[in-house]
Design a protein around this ligand. Structure first.
Ligand code: SF4
Length: 302
């Protein structure tokens, strides 16, 4: 076995200090229209790594970073490797390193298939938090974007996770309803967040990468045939405003923690919602020219 751990392709920005452990390679679903990121980044095929390979990586990583306090499992859906591998890796890691937090990406549909009792087993194995792609709370948008999950499924899984004591970190994709379904997207998303009160809500902006390359974002096809009209920059800021406006004073940390976001507000909804709304309003009151210059300045990157 080589003396170099395998690297993850993508990790949440909030996991920048974590030990990054690769359980699976790529995405086993790979169908979301707005994504296609793993193939675009050189990982078109999906595969599971063996527990022996993962343990070997954990040995190498813990030797290199004995002081690390948190760990993260990737690539897209590590639970698709099966419980034996996932729990085996979680237990092995916790036996060898006194970490305070273990987090993982997880597909909501995979957790739904695993069921309530298995989710409790994940908590027992030391999983503290899952990063979930909510994207939208709207059934029509989720279906059009081929996300493979329904709002009902999200609520069920969110409740199971809460019961098991596993924190839920949702990703919401601004602009996912395009211009036509913008309000529908935000209203339905707010409804699910209010109903399930996740510990974190993290906003992202739909990123339509590499229009002219072979591995472009799959959604370009619908943009080119006119069935999807991309949201404007200002439209995504208005979506942040509407979302904040509709959310209850929840015990949820709300963050725009990605460089792609046109506006960067963060805080606990129950304490800071009004301040965040004020910040958005101050930005929207800037002269048009200044706002447009700001939009041009914000880059698009993963
Ligand atoms: S959004 Fe997640 S589940 Fe969908 S294709 Fe991308 S990595 Fe896979």
């Amino acid at each position: 076995m080589i003396d170099r751990p395998e690297s993850l392709i993508i990790r949440p920005p909030s996991e920048w200090r974590s030990l990054l452990v690769r359980i699976t390679r790529g995405c086993n679903w790979n169908r979301c229209r707005f994504c296609g990121l793993y193939p675009a980044m050189g990982q078109p095929d999906y595969s599971c790594r063996s527990l022996t390979e993962i343990k070997h990586d954990i040995d190498l990583l813990t030797r290199r970073h004995p002081e690390v306090e948190t760990a993260f499992f990737g690539d897209a859906d590590p639970l698709s490797a099966g419980m034996e591998i996932f729990v085996g890796a979680a237990r092995y890691l916790r036996e060898h390193l006194p970490i305070k937090r273990l987090t993982s990406y997880a597909r909501i549909s995979t957790l739904h298939k695993l069921g309530r009792d298995t989710i409790h087993q994940l908590a027992e194995a030391g999983l503290n938090r899952v990063h979930l792609g909510l994207e939208s709370g709207d059934p029509e948008i989720l279906q059009f974007q081929r996300k493979g999950q329904s709002p009902k499924m999200v609520v069920t899984v969110a409740n199971w996770l809460k019961e098991a004591g596993i924190e839920r970190s949702y990703y919401v994709l601004l602009g996912l309803g395009g211009q036509a379904q913008s309000e529908q997207h935000i209203r339905s998303t707010a409804r699910i967040i209010n109903e399930t009160e996740p510990e974190f809500v993290r906003l992202r902006r739909l990123w339509l990468y590499d229009k002219n390359l072979e591995k472009k974002c799959p959604l370009w096809e619908q943009i080119e045939d006119g069935s999807f009209v991309e949201q404007t920059a200002e439209g995504t800021v208005l979506e942040v405003q509407l979302l904040l406006d509709l959310l209850n004073p929840l015990n949820t940390f709300f963050a725009c923690d990605h460089a792609n976001n046109y506006i960067n507000v963060s805080g606990l909804l129950k304490d800071d919602r009004e301040d965040m709304l004020r910040e958005v309003a101050v930005f929207l009151a800037l002269p048009e020219e200044q706002r447009q210059a700001h939009y041009r300045m914000v880059g698009s990157r993963i």
